[in-house]
Design a protein around this ligand. Structure first.
Ligand SMILES: [Zn+2]
Length: 230
C-alpha cells in the first residue's frame, strides 16, 4: 500500500480522517467493493458508504434513516454522523472532499465534466447550509487527483459548456483540452469559498501512482474518502 494523498493544509483537523487512494489501493468499477487496505486509514472503525455514481449533480444527506448499503444513485453526499467513510470512486473525474469545521459536517463529490458544469460541489455546500447551517466562510475543500489539461482532450460539444470559465478551455496544437478544476474553483469562489486545496497530480500522466480511464481504458477506480471521527 502506498500512502494516500493528503494535504498539509488539512493537517490541523483532528476530528476527521480522509485520503485519496493511489492505484495500489484502487478497485474495479464493476467489482464488489474491497476497501480492506485503504480502510486502515480510517481508524479501523468506519463503515464505507458508496454511491451508484451517474454523472448527475444530485447530492444526498446521509442521516440516521439513510440506507448505507443501498448504493443510492447520486454523485455526492454529506453528513454530520461519525464513523461513516463517505467514498467516491474516480479515474479522471475530480473527487472533491468538503469540510465545515465549525459545524463538523463533511461531504464528498464526484465531479466529472457533467457534474462540474452542473455545479455539484456548490450543490453539496448549499445542502450543508440548508441541513446543518454551514456558512461558506468556514468551508474547506480539497480537489483530489484528476485528469488535467495536459491529457484531457475534449470536443466542441463540451467546449461550448466551459467557454465561459476563465482558463478552463486550453487550445494546443489545433486541439482543445479541459482543465476541470479551474471551473470548479471558479464556481466555488463565486459562492464565497476560498479555502481550496488542489492535489495537483494528473491521472493521465502518473500511471505509477494513479489510474486513468481515458489514457488506459481501465476498469480501475481510485477511492477518495472522508470520515468524521466519533
Ligand atoms: Zn496529464
Amino acid at each position: 500500500m502506498k500512502n494516500p494523498f493528503r494535504s498539509d493544509t488539512w493537517n490541523h483537523f483532528s476530528k476527521i480522517a480522509y485520503g485519496f487512494s493511489t492505484v495500489d489501493d484502487c478497485c474495479s468499477d464493476s467489482q464488489k467493493e474491497d476497501m480492506s487496505s485503504f480502510m486502515l486509514e480510517f481508524d479501523g472503525v468506519g463503515e464505507p458508504v458508496l454511491l451508484q455514481q451517474i454523472h448527475s449533480n444530485i447530492v444526498l444527506n446521509v442521516n440516521e434513516s439513510f440506507n448505507t448499503k443501498a448504493l443510492m444513485k447520486a454523485d455526492g453526499f454529506i453528513t454530520n454522523l461519525p464513523d461513516l467513510i463517505l467514498t467516491i470512486k474516480t479515474a479522471d473525474c475530480v473527487p472533491v472532499l468538503i469540510y465545515d469545521p465549525a459545524n463538523n459536517v463533511i461531504g464528498a463529490v464526484h465531479s466529472g465534466w457533467r457534474g462540474t458544469k452542473d455545479q455539484i460541489t456548490s450543490n453539496a455546500i448549499s445542502l450543508m447550509n440548508k441541513t446543518y447551517g454551514t456558512i461558506v466562510e468556514n468551508v474547506e475543500v480539497i480537489m483530489g487527483p484528476a485528469i488535467k489539461s495536459c491529457c484531457y482532450e475534449i470536443q466542441d460539444d463540451v467546449v461550448s459548456l466551459f467557454n465561459h470559465y476563465p482558463d478552463s478551455v486550453v487550445l494546443r496544437n489545433g486541439s482543445t483540452y479541459l482543465e476541470q478544476k479551474k471551473a470548479i474553483r471558479y464556481d466555488l469562489e463565486n459562492l464565497g469559498v476560498y479555502k481550496i486545496t488542489d492535489i495537483d497530480f494528473c491521472t493521465g500522466c502518473r500511471p505509477d501512482l494513479l489510474c486513468s480511464w481515458r489514457k488506459q481504458k481501465t476498469e480501475k477506480r481510485l477511492y477518495s474518502s472522508i470520515m468524521l471521527r466519533s
